[in-house]
Design a binder for this molecule. Structure first.
Ligand SMILES: Cc1cc2nc3c(=O)[nH]c(=O)nc-3n(C[C@H](O)[C@H](O)[C@H](O)COP(=O)(O)OP(=O)(O)OC[C@H]3O[C@@H](n4cnc5c(N)ncnc54)[C@H](O)[C@@H]3O)c2cc1C
Length: 382
């Protein structure tokens, strides 16, 4: 039927591989890393992502390893609610949960669904070229491979995208982020309730995971990316920064093993005009990386895979046409998420005291209708 080359074995690449194999194509995924070892942090898959996984036949495999999220609480530094949303009525109506999952377990679930040898490790793409009939990819190790089409799922710094569109470097959001996983046994976390606390000098999120663990993230403004001061930050520094936040934030930090601390700047991509380039398609973060404020980056990658399958069912032998249809369908939704998430991040990271008070007042008085409209947009998906 046709042979697909996929670059990148992240959430997007693995899900797309499964979707394409199911349609009867042959697929090979090339991954730069020498081993598949997802970073030790969690991710929340919205009901939209769970629905997309369901259309692909991957829902049960993923759901079994996750932990259902049934409420999303936005709090102030004292732990007072600013906006708490019970997502259950909504997700029950949709028939799909919001799910918190350890990244390594999500990756394992996706990988286990693929035939062995689908993913080739230690293959870093250097460049590609395409003709009217085929695509050839070249690796750093001097080898090459050829296929009918190329799906670039190689993340925010995608080499494929930078070859096509050299001026699409990631944009720095102005804040930097730490993440960790810890054993939450004995801590007063409400099962199924994720919280995000907005202070004046940073915010802190806690997400209960399966098996008594929890995932947390902490964001602080930094005028420059790769700030050496923050690069050196330890759990003790974070404790100084967030120690005055309500319980259990200081306890969550205190329970985190030092080796579990991850750090990175928050980046996204300015929306691209298109994701299709003849026989080449950008997918996931390579196409539309977003700041994590709406918890939708991985969800968008999973939705991409499901929509790609739908486009290929429409044009099974005309890859450029299928890819063009993909852009048409995915660009409006992903652009809206990237832009809203960018704005939300600016609001969440405010430091000016009067503006913070105003923000908190607005969040406290947000009409239910707005929350419901936002849930409908995020979770009903395409
Ligand atoms: C702090 C933070 C929190 C987040 N929280 C959430 C959340 O709660 N919910 C959510 O939905 N999303 C969240 N996200 C976003 C989510 O992590 C990403 O959107 C998602 O991982 C993107 O998947 P991907 O497969 O497109 O890209 P990636 O996961 O980046 O995978 C790309 C893969 O390509 C490989 N690669 C790169 N270059 C090459 C090359 N040249 N050759 C071969 N292989 C290559 C990489 O090694 C990697 O394995 C968060 C992101 C951050 C930073």
């Amino acid at each position: 039927m046709g042979h697909f080359l996929i670059i990148g074995a992240g959430i997007g690449g693995l899900t797309a591989a499964y979707a394409l194999l199911r349609l009867g194509y042959t697929v090979r995924v090339y991954e730069a890393a020498p081993e598949l070892r997802e970073i030790g942090a969690g991710v929340v898959l919205g009901a939209n992502a769970m629905r997309a996984l369901d259309t692909l036949g991957l829902h049960e495999a993923v759901h079994a390893r996750g932990f259902v999220v049934d409420s999303i609480g936005l709090l102030d530094a004292h732990g007072r609610p600013l906006n708490v949303v019970d997502t259950r009525p909504f997700t029950r109506r949709l028939g799909f949960d919001n799910l918190a999952i350890h990244r390594a377990e999500l990756q394992q679930a996706l990988l286990a669904a693929l035939p062995p040898d689908t993913v080739q490790l230690g293959k870093r793409l250097a460049s590609f070229e395409q003709t009217a009939e085929q695509v050839t990819i070249r690796f750093d190790d001097g080898t090459a491979a050829t296929g009918d089409a190329l799906v670039a799922a190689d993340g925010i710094r995608s080499r494929v995208r930078l070859q096509l569109l050299p001026n699409t470097q990631p944009r720095y959001a102005g804040y930097t982020c730490w993440r960790g996983i810890m054993d939450a046994t004995g801590l007063p976390l409400v099962p199924g309730r994720t919280t995000e606390t907005w202070g004046r000098h940073g915010r802190f999120g806690v997400v209960p995971l399966a098996n008594g663990r929890a995932y947390w993230f902490a964001c602080i403004n930094s005028s420059t990316p790769r700030n050496p001061e923050f690069q050196r930050y330890t759990l003790a520094d974070l404790q100084r920064h967030f120690g005055h936040f309500h319980a259990p934030v200081p306890q969550v930090l205190a329970h985190t093993p030092p080796g579990q601390l991850l750090w990175g700047d928050i980046l996204d991509l300015r929306p691209l005009p298109r994701f299709h380039f003849g026989r080449v398609l950008l997918l996931g973060d390579a196409a539309h990386a977003t700041t994590p404020n709406m918890g939708q980056g991985a969800g968008m990658a999973v939705e991409d895979a499901a929509i790609l399958a739908r486009c290929l069912q429409e044009f099974p032998h005309d890859w450029p046409a299928a890819f063009a249809r993909f852009t048409k369908q995915r660009r409006p939704r992903t652009t809206r998420i990237v832009e809203q998430s960018w704005q939300l991040g600016k609001v969440a990271q405010l430091t000016n005291a009067p503006l913070v008070s105003l923000r908190d007042w607005v969040m406290r008085h947000l009409p239910r209708r707005i929350n419901e409209q936002q849930m409908a947009f995020l979770y009903e998906g395409e």
